[in-house]
Ligand binder design. Sequence first.
Ligand code: ATP
Ligand code: MG
Length: 395
Amino acid sequence: MRGLDLVVLRPGELSLKGGNRRFFEKTLRKNLRSLLGGDIPIERLWGRFYLGPIPKGWKGGDARSLAQKAAGVFGVANTSPACRVETSEEAIAEACVALMGEELDRRGEREASFAVRVRRADKSFAKRSMEFARDLGGQLLRAFPGLRVDLETPEIPLGIEIRPEGSFIFLEQFKGAGGLPVGCEGRVLCLLSGGIDSPVAAWQMMKRGCRVDLLHFDSRPFIGEGSLQKVRRLAQSLDGWQGRTRLGVVEFSEIQTRLRDLPKEGYRTVLYRRFMLRIAERIAEEQGHGALVTGDSLGQVASQTLENLRVVASASRGLPIFRPLIGFDKEETMALARKIGTYEISIEPFEDCCTLFQPDQPVTRGKIDVAERLEAQVDMEDLIAKAVEDCRWET
Ligand code: ATP
Ligand code: MG
């Protein structure tokens, strides 16, 4: 008995078929490889992944910590720390008794409720699942008199999966991050402010299989160095969900100055957004991103009314713009931000570029032609071209 020395990983989205499925699994494998480094063997068999066996003294911890870590990868339905034995009644029974003994020792008490759950994917195994589960239950009760059966809510659920490649025995299942493996839906560019919303929007696109590059519009020297540091920390935090995250930084203060000096100050925020969108779209075209992403939520602030979203979007040349938070309440976004680990960074107090020169009375029902007339008063093309050219990428 080697104890729990590997992880059974069950991928999600099992409804995917054919070529999509293969691509999904290949991408998931690549992402697991980059998460785990070279030390842990990864085996893919019949729609499953097996991580391990874990080498002795592995610096990443044990099967349990590996299972928890791997569960955080998009595309994973769930994971279990497990042991693998040959598929025979005797070998499985022996491993179950050994594992139960270890578990009772770990708990430090001999009394516990348990249930045996058998799944038989290898139909050449002679016994039916229910019958085999009862046999095993009987053997465990004889070996450990303090146990009692509770099929509904057992303290120790003992899982057994009988498969062509071997049989797997486990006690725990960690819920996976769900979604699709990062990269299997292509690349998008997310406009990342220092606020609460845009990091959550970026995360949602990662969850649906996009590799998300980040683009920040930087208002220094009007605002301090701290704001950019905060955005970098957000990028770093998001990187935990996809790896190899790139952050582009665009100098925005010159454009803001020009727009500030225009009449109709109520249009300022909307004009900032139109410029951001144009610049982001050109960068996305150059870099091959398939869409832009923002953290807009309908009606949350003046710049996010139906009319103003339209005025902003009309500045684009047609690259899709995704707003995964459009139907979220602030509370829902905040809860998700906490869950994914960006909230604490987002609430650090730093100014953001859009409160800079904020008008007292922002328009709530902007008009496209008014925005266009205002923009005709600046050398728009030059400003945009310069901003695109000067974009600096940090990895
Ligand atoms: P957030 O919390 O993401 O800042 P918000 O509710 O504060 O969102 P706004 O500040 O109006 O809303 O921004 C709307 C969206 O515009 C943001 O979610 C983000 O995608 C984009 N955005 C705003 N400011 C910047 C910036 N300085 N750099 C990059 N993107 C920005
Ligand atoms: Mg904001």
